[in-house]
Design a protein around this ligand. Structure first.
Ligand SMILES: C[S@@+](CC[C@H](N)C(=O)[O-])C[C@H]1O[C@@H](n2cnc3c(N)ncnc32)[C@H](O)[C@@H]1O
Ligand SMILES: [Zn+2]
Length: 320
């Protein structure tokens, strides 16, 4: 990490100031070291030039939730009629039931939400990811370049399929920060930025979106592209988004609409997935995400669907 970027980091526990100890610095780049929080004693580190500020006791890796619960072959279970073991496993968990006390409409919505469609695409390690050059992503990035003059944060940035382009499009003197819980992905992202010669304006961080290591009211915009749908504890993430954005600043998202083109035969599986998403505190698609954003004080400024894409995606702009 660039030494001058230290001012953008805070303790993920208490937002206190961090002190770098045992830091190795060359030409203004910190390659390794430890962080200690002056207020609560939290300890983080710099590994392979990347600040790692995950909550205490966490490993900086992402185990996609469905894989974590059911093992590598979880997606096949549903397709081969093996839902019963899933049901048994689910019933042994303290799950919220989705039918009780709800109107028929809400029940239907529950059935038709929480599709795993998009999960299939992203579940494999994506080290060889190509740039995401789709028109909708480029539009979002262009929008961010135009309207966020100084500091942008990207959440769940993965290997940097879009982040590198975003930082390249932004002028010197701007900051493009990003966080992902998976250090291996962030390492790939950092390597891409280094090769592109843009590290001076990029701050890649290994951190948890539920406990962000940034000062309050710090960013002019936050973006996330296919990120939030995969992050557990969605309400805590939204609270953190509201905290790190400057008052009046914008959030630009591309998220799956989810669950609108199911086949009748899949409904039991989708219902189970919905229950699982509840259990993991994942959001249930665009409508649910928008409701949650409003609950946490965001105003929705703009939404645009991309119905031709599979999975169906939606662009959401909100202001805090
Ligand atoms: C589907 S990928 C999207 C990556 C990237 N935005 C793209 O379009 O290529 C979702 C990302 O969210 C990250 N993630 C999951 N849980 C997270 C958390 N609690 N905090 C931060 N990132 C998380 C995963 O590691 C993964 O890289
Ligand atoms: Zn602290």
């Amino acid at each position: 990490m660039i030494r001058d970027h230290l001012i953008h980091l805070r303790c993920p526990n208490c937002s206190g100031a961090l002190k770098l100890i045992h830091g190795r610095t060359r030409n203004g780049v910190i390659s390794s070291g430890d962080f200690i929080c002056r207020s609560c004693g939290y300890r983080g580190s710099v590994k392979a030039r990347i600040p790692v500020l995950v909550p205490a006791g966490f490993d900086p890796v992402w185990n996609p939730p469905f894989q974590r619960i059911f093992g590598e072959r979880w997606a096949e279970l549903g397709q081969t009629g093996g839902w019963e073991p899933l049901v048994e496993k689910i019933l042994s968990m303290p799950l919220e039931t989705i039918t009780s006390g709800r109107s028929e409409f809400r029940f239907k919505r529950a059935v038709f939400c929480g599709s795993d469609y998009y999960f299939h695409r992203f579940i494999a390690p994506s080290e060889t990811d190509l740039d995401d050059r789709t028109e909708n992503v480029d539009k979002l990035l262009a929008h961010a370049v135009e309207h966020a003059p100084r500091r942008i944060l990207d959440i769940g940035s993965g290997t940097g399929r879009h982040l590198v382009r975003l930082a390249q499009w932004r002028p010197r003197g701007t900051l493009t920060a990003c966080l992902d819980i998976d250090l291996e992905k962030i390492k790939i992202l950092e390597g891409r930025c280094r090769r592109a010669g843009i590290l001076q304006r990029v701050l890649p961080v290994g951190a948890d979106a539920r406990q962000m290591p940034f000062p309050p009211a710090h960013f002019d915009a936050v973006i996330s592209i296919n990120g939030l749908a995969h992050i557990e504890g969605i309400d805590r993430v939204i609270q953190q988004l509201a905290a790190v954005l400057k008052p009046g600043a914008s959030l630009w998202l591309i998220e799956p609409v989810a669950g609108t083109d199911l086949h009748a035969g899949e409904s039991v599986g989708q219902l189970i997935l919905h229950m699982l998403r509840n259990h993991l505190e994942l959001h249930h698609g665009a409508e649910d995400l928008i409701t949650r954003l409003r609950k946490h004080g965001f105003t929705i400024l703009n939404t645009r669907r991309y119905p031709a894409l599979k999975p169906k995606l939606i662009f959401i702009q909100a202001r805090v």
